[in-house]
Design a protein around this ligand. Structure first.
Ligand code: AMP
Ligand code: MN
Ligand code: MN
Ligand code: MN
Length: 290
């Protein structure tokens, strides 16, 4: 590790073709290495099917690796994401919990497709499925790619804005895991639970306080402070929240695709100096190259 662990180029949030990224785990490992990442985690949505490939590719490149996942959670009527880091891949309860969490995605995708058809966009299910590297994990991102390909919209941001967020024609509400279950699965598998990109949820101060308090009460220990999903002002705000709640801080690009993601692996600023990084508490969980 470098002199200060805060300056370690850790990137602990990204997606592969196993969920809604466009690169395979091995290609992501190579990209992380090429970008100077010194500790890496792949965090596919609700799925650990890419972990062994990511781990092996990372170790082949002499890149230390933490196991990772990003679990979809329903909390106070919205969807929040909880990242798990450093857990045991073979934990049966975690695997069963993730299978249950992703189980409704196909049905949801068919309902989204029907809703889009009612808005004049036909064949979206088949179109999205073509983009899904994992047929068990059809996500809104795959619909977005299909709608860009068919020129219904000019980019994925526009698809989300016009069709795929709450109140828009292709949005279908969905019941994900509970906050309690997601945190418990991760912690019981030996990992650390981390609130992903809190700046994205547009919660009121009271709701945010409830999220952080309940998360901690369930055994959650970390929060993403520096992420590609945050504005610079969020770095400041969530530094304060991490200190107030006594949480370890994480850093990760949330990289999905060279074409779509504006922040690449390993290119974010360092964590602010006052914080304690998650990797300090997870040293014993890091897979080190031989
Ligand atoms: P899902 O799990 O199917 O609800 O899809 C959620 C995924 O959609 C997120 O992980 C992001 O990759 C993507 N996403 C959500 N909101 C947006 C947005 N406004 N612009 C682009 N991608 C988004
Ligand atoms: Mn995603
Ligand atoms: Mn997320
Ligand atoms: Mn993500």
């Amino acid at each position: 590790m470098p002199q200060s662990p805060l300056q370690l180029n850790a990137d602990l949030h990204c997606h592969s073709t196993v969920s809604d990224g466009t690169l395979h785990p091995q290609a992501l490992a190579a990209r992380a290495k090429a970008n100077g990442v010194e500790l890496w985690a792949l965090t596919d949505h609700d799925e650990v099917g890419g972990q062994r490939r990511a781990l092996e590719a990372a170790l082949d490149l002499s890149l230390p690796y933490l196991t990772g996942v990003e679990i979809s959670v329903s909390f106070a009527g919205i969807t929040v994401h909880i990242v798990g880091l450093g857990f045991d891949l073979d934990n049966a309860a975690l695997q069963a919990g993730l299978a249950a969490t992703r189980g409704g995605r196909r049905q949801r995708a068919m309902e989204m497709s029907d809703a889009l058809a009612a808005a004049g966009i036909r064949g979206a299910f088949e179109g999205a499925l073509k983009y899904a590297g994992n047929p068990e994990l059809i996500s809104r991102t795959h619909f977005a790619r299909h709608l860009v390909e068919t020129r219904a919209c000019s980019d994925t941001q526009e698809v989300f804005r016009r069709f795929l967020v709450q109140g828009k024609p292709g949005y279908v509400p969905h019941r994900w895991a509970t906050l309690r279950d997601a945190v418990h699965w991760i912690v019981a598998a030996g990992g650390m639970a981390v609130i992903a990109h809190p700046g994205r949820y547009k919660l009121t101060a009271n709701e945010e306080y409830a999220l952080f308090s309940e998360f901690k009460a369930h055994g959650g220990q970390g929060v993403e402070v520096v992420t590609g999903s945050h504005h610079a002002s969020d770095f400041v705000k969530y530094t304060d929240m991490a200190l107030e709640f006594g949480l370890y801080a994480s850093r990760g690009a949330d990289f999905h695709s060279p074409e779509e993601s504006h922040v690449d692996l390993g290119t974010l600023p360092d964590l602010p100096a006052k914080l304690t990084p998650v990797w300090e508490a997870l040293q014993h969980r890091v897979h080190q190259p031989a």
